[in-house]
Design a binder for this molecule. Structure first.
Ligand code: T1G
Length: 686
């Protein structure tokens, strides 16, 4: 019988089977919660039913609360109540877990009186990644099953726990076989037969483990000082020695405090951004083949791209001009694959290497489905390669360039088949970084674009659609923020302070440390390329050029902004002083907040223009690029999420005030000014 839109119950003599069916991941939305309460009521009204089992249809048991309900008015019944009702049921209820039982799903399971899992099942309480704590008894019931030490680690890291570990930790009581519905039937019968023991989790005792809680707090303060919810998870686990109802009431208060933070909103925006980017105009178009990939250029990028393809089970032909380059490429791939084996990402290295061919003969590329050019970043070089591809590539092959800045429209003109040409901009190291910009040029056909997305998906990349402009979405924003950082540096903020301020705010790495890592010559080459078109009124900081000229290119030469030991490079400091003296700049101090505000505002300015020009189709695409490729703090949700959080009108005021010192750099994008007038948001445009 149907108890709600998504929950049904089968009465089979002295047992009852409760089924949740809410695709795609059986999230515990309002109809699931209503149905479960109705099931408990039904059991209470049918005392002749002596055991029940709860299971879910489809690919997984409940993967959590329904995230789409967050931030909206709460709908009765709440999940904590539902879990309590399950636990209070006089009829024992066994839960059958399959797939990924996460968050509210595991809390439902822990509210039941026993848990059995099908092979391959995983569990976890990942709420901390969404800026909250488990809010339906998870922080109170998990310690009752596992002890506080295990629970505090699992809840503050939010990691997925594999079946074997969940069994040994006490979260799961045993294994089940068969389909979830049959497993449920067997489990309910096992309860009746006395073969499966049931008990209420909330009735179990917990021993306080202050050392484990202190250790967790110390780790979080060190590694995630800018985040709110991890420490609150520890506070909640600490309450688990209280009687269950009292503990859950106190957990609820902490949950609500976390829920109301901007960090929660940012983290949930990031969760949806990761998935929203796949919803592109080309999504429904059948792609061409993506099995055999040709990579042109065996340098760092080419080797990384080849590695990513091999790790995804694809066949790769890698070419370069001479044997020495090929040998270096092979060595790099070999080392990459060793790393993947070590990290558990690859089982059989020989199998991967067996799918790799390397050659200096470009004719070997005639059979490949997709060609990815990763040669030297120079237009003439790329045009020569693409002109040659007309002769070599099979008809229908997709011709992709991995350029980071160059105009894909111009590259496409070098071939007689511009419709097959696109950009696939990977990030170094290409087999590790999750972002890939899929650059759709003027002539790129929808089928070609769809094939680029299909390949990126096989490589398990987060693929974001970008139009053509200098630097596409990510590097164009990077250039703008780097300028903002350089201006602050010249005006008096030590670059070490700029890096430290941004890192303390949650950025993975400050801009100067990023430059040292990537090599200062990359931006130098770009500045030289753009020198001819640079408007005279543009403010220009010379010091990075001086460093490059002196051979300080960053880590690869031993020094850049910083020395090897991490202290500022004296050559950088003296170049800066000389430039200030020459330009008559009296250095002033900047607070850390001001640094973060200017950096973020510059980023928002450029991000707004990129959306305004439809280089990115939606604001959330820009956010995804920054989040997944540029170390933007996840809890801030991305630059355009931040624009909404700050508000268009205050942003316009802020930019106008910065413009008093530099009218050329600080200009309010039209779209922001319009939004300030109309009280609009970027979220409305997603
Ligand atoms: N709510 C709503 N939609 C969800 C969802 C959720 N919890 N989880 C996934 N989806 C959607 C997702 O947006 C996508 O939609 C589709 O399902 C498939 O997801 C009280 C408050 C389960 C491991 O954090 O980790 O419980 O894009 O593409 O790779 O304490 O989704 O197709 O339209 O990711 O197979 C805690 C989040 C919630 C789990 C499946 N739970 N989800 O991965 O598919 S908070 C989570 C995941 C909570 C309580 C608290 C993964 C997955 P669309 P997918 P997948």
């Amino acid at each position: 019988m149907q108890l709600s839109e998504t929950v049904s119950l089968d009465h089979e003599g002295d047992i009852a089977l409760i089924r949740i069916d809410n695709p795609p991941v059986n999230a515990a939305g309002v109809t699931v919660r209503q149905g479960l309460v109705a099931a408990v009521d039904w059991l209470a009204a049918h005392p002749q039913v002596e055991a029940a089992a709860l299971y879910a249809a489809g690919r997984t048991f409940v993967a959590g609360a329904d995230i789409r309900e967050f931030g909206k008015p709460p709908l009765d019944p709440w999940l904590p109540e539902v879990c309590q009702r399950l636990e209070d049921s006089a009829t024992p209820i066994v839960c059958i877990l399959h797939g990924t039982t996460l968050g509210g799903g595991l809390e439902i399971a822990m509210g039941c009186h026993a848990r059995l899992a099908l092979p391959g099942a995983k569990v976890g309480l990942p709420e901390v990644h969404l800026g909250i704590i488990p809010g339906a008894g998870g922080t109170q019931r998990m310690p009752r099953l596992t002890g506080q030490a295990f629970a505090v680690e699992a809840i503050t890291t939010g990691r997925h726990i594999a079946l074997e570990e969940a069994l040994s930790a006490g979260i799961i009581d045993g294994m089940a076989t068969d389909t979830p519905d049959q497993a449920a039937r067997n489990a309910a019968r096992a309860v009746l037969d006395g073969a499966l023991r049931t008990r209420a989790t909330g009735a179990q005792a917990v021993t306080a483990d202050p050392d484990a809680l202190d250790a967790a707090r110390a780790r979080i303060r060190k590694t995630q000082p800018h985040l709110y919810s991890p420490l609150r998870c520890v506070d909640a686990v600490e309450l688990s020695t209280l009687p269950i109802r009292e503990g859950i009431a106190r957990e609820r208060v902490i949950y609500q405090e976390c829920h109301d933070t901007p960090q929660r909103a940012g983290l949930i925006h990031a969760f949806f951004a990761e998935r929203a980017v796949a919803k592109v105009p080309e999504a429904g178009i059948p792609p061409r083949a993506t099995d055999h990939i040709g990579v042109i250029g065996a340098g760092t990028m080419g080797a990384g791209i080849a590695t990513a393809c091999l790790l995804a089970g694809l066949t790769v032909t890698l070419t370069d001009r001479d044997d020495a380059a090929i040998a270096r490429g092979r060595a790099a791939i070999d080392a990459n694959l060793d790393g993947a084996v070590k990290r558990g990402k690859l089982a059989d290295k020989d199998d991967a290497l067996a799918r790799l061919a390397t050659t200096t003969d470009s004719a070997a590329l005639s059979k490949v489905d997709i060609l990815i050019e990763a040669a030297f970043e120079d237009m003439a070089v790329k045009q020569a390669i693409f002109a040659d591809l007309d002769r070599i590539a099979k008809p229908g092959a997709v011709l992709a360039t991995n350029t980071s800045y160059l105009d894909v429209n111009t590259i496409a003109q070098a071939t007689a088949r511009p419709g097959d040409v696109m950009g696939l901009h990977f990030f170094s190291p290409a087999h590790v970084m999750r972002l890939c910009e899929v650059v759709v040029a003027e002539a790129t056909t929808p089928e070609t674009a769809a094939t680029g997305f299909a390949l990126a998906k096989r490589l398990r990349k987060i693929a974001v659609r970008s139009g053509v402009c200098d630097g596409f979405i990510g590097n164009r924003i990077l250039r703008s923020t780097r300028r903002a950082a350089e201006y602050m540096m010249l005006d008096g903020a030590p670059f070490a302070q700029i890096d430290a301020a941004l890192e303390a705010a949650g950025w993975a790495m400050g801009p100067f440390r990023v430059s040292d890592l990537a090599g200062l010559d990359i931006a130098w080459a770009q500045r030289k390329r753009l020198a001819a078109t640079r408007p005279p009124e543009e403010r220009y900081v010379d010091m990075p050029d001086r460093l490059c000229e002196a051979g300080h290119l960053g880590r690869k030469t031993g020094a850049g902004y910083y020395l090897k030991d991490g202290t500022p490079n004296p050559a950088a400091l003296s170049a800066l002083e000389a430039e200030r003296a020459a330009k008559g700049i009296a250095p002033r101090t900047f607070t850390d907040d001001e640094i973060v505000s200017r950096f973020l505002t510059a980023m928002i300015m450029e991000a707004s223009r990129i959306f305004e020009e439809r280089i990115a189709l939606r604001p959330i695409d820009v956010d995804a690029v920054l989040l997944f490729g540029y170390g933007f703090p996840r809890h801030l949700g991305g630059p355009l999420h931040q624009a909404d959080a700050i508000g268009a009108a205050p942003l316009v005021d802020r930019i106008d005030s910065f413009a008093q010192e530099d009218r050329h750099f600080w200009q309010v994008p039209e779209i922001l000014r319009d939004m300030a007038h109309s009280s609009g948001t970027f979220a409305q445009r997603n």
